[in-house]
Design a protein around this ligand. Structure first.
Ligand code: GFB
Length: 312
């Protein structure tokens, strides 16, 4: 893949797709294809085949997906399994049918068993029961991984699957009920600071551990792996920046400048206790994250203030 390659970024308005697009543009890629959902509905198989037949992209970043935090996953499992199965099935099949040279599929660390040994190695896939709050999403992503493997084996499609840890950064959803923890906390603490509220409610016990990767690092890894990785096994993409939700709350409060107290709402689920990824395979290829969590947090707070609240 070089700057003259014909590249399709599926999901270019989402957190991951928009970061990959920024990254390709910064590198000077001249022929990057994107389609807003209004013009190309990826859950419509005939439309996807037509699009690939007309455009014949050479490289495909499959970053389109229905995603959300723990509450969205737990309350809408039908939407999560349906949309993700349809999108990935159509895009992977069309990529093969219309001669794409390579496809990169994005999974998620929630594909691993809820109680997988830590840090989680790639071979722990399908070795135990999943976390119930996101089982429908995880099963769809596991089907995508298997589809990449099967199309590779039977049909010769160069499809690779990477498993990112929890992501954050500019372009994320900050919608309180549906978003992931980091944007949810940024919004809640910022609103509390502005409103002078004495207390902020946070979900769960604060005990779960999560690993966070800035989405610009993920985009860097995705472009790196599109160029350098052609193995048939999945590959973890993480940061090594693991924190408890409790510690994260402290970091967000600091980054935002909130000085009130925190109330833990233990009627809300904790989800998986821990899902730290083993990064031996990725590091062995020579890739490491550039943006430490504290630094990424500060720039994401600034992005949120600018895009959602207006500058102070
Ligand atoms: O980010 P999050 O929704 O994703 O939640 P998961 C992480 C942890 O933060 C959980 C706690 O223990 C939550 O209980 N938390 C505390 C909060 N306050 C909040 C809040 O206001 N909002 C949210 N959302 N969480 C998702 C999966 O799991 O992660 C997906 O459901 C996907 O399938 C994604 O894999 C990366 O890490 O628990």
């Amino acid at each position: 893949m070089d700057r003259s390659s014909h590249v399709f970024v599926a999901g270019h308005r989402g957190l991951v797709g928009s970061a990959i697009l920024r990254r390709l543009r910064a590198e000077g890629f001249e022929r990057v294809l994107t389609r807003p959902r209004g013009e190309l509905d990826l859950t419509d198989g005939a439309a996807v085949q037509r699009f690939f037949g007309e455009e014949r992209p050479e490289y495909v970043f499959l970053a389109a997906a229905r995603v959300g935090g723990i509450a969205a996953n737990a309350s809408c499992p039908a939407d999560f399994i349906r949309d993700n199965l349809l999108i990935q099935t159509h895009v992977i099949d069309a990529a093969w049918r219309h001669g794409a040279r390579k496809l990169l599929f994005l999974g998620s660390s929630c594909i691993y068993p809820r109680l997988a040994p830590q840090p989680i190695r790639e071979e722990h896939l399908l070795t135990g029961p999943l976390e119930p709050t996101n089982q429908a999403y995880a099963v769809a992503k596991i089907a995508g991984i298997e589809m990449c493997r099967a199309y590779r084996e039977q049909r010769g499609l160069a499809a690779v699957s990477l498993m990112p840890t929890n992501l954050y950064g500019p372009g994320d959803s900050f919608e309180p009920q549906r978003s992931h923890v980091l944007p949810a906390l940024i919004r809640r603490f910022e609103e509390a600071r502005r409103g002078g509220l004495p207390e902020v409610a946070v979900w769960g016990t604060g005990a779960p551990l999560r690993e966070f990767l800035h989405v610009d690092d993920l985009a860097d890894a995705a472009v790196f792996l599109m160029r350098r990785y052609d193995g048939d096994g999945i590959i973890n993409v993480g940061s090594g920046d693991e924190v408890s939700i409790k510690a994260l709350v402290g970091m967000v409060a600091d980054a935002v400048g909130y000085q009130g107290s925190v109330a833990w709402d233990t009627t809300k689920p904790d989800g998986t206790p821990r899902k730290r990824l083993d990064l031996t395979k990725l590091h062995g290829l020579g890739w490491r994250r550039q943006i430490p969590l504290r630094e990424g947090l500060v720039s994401t707070v600034a992005w949120f203030r600018e895009h959602h609240l207006g500058a102070e």
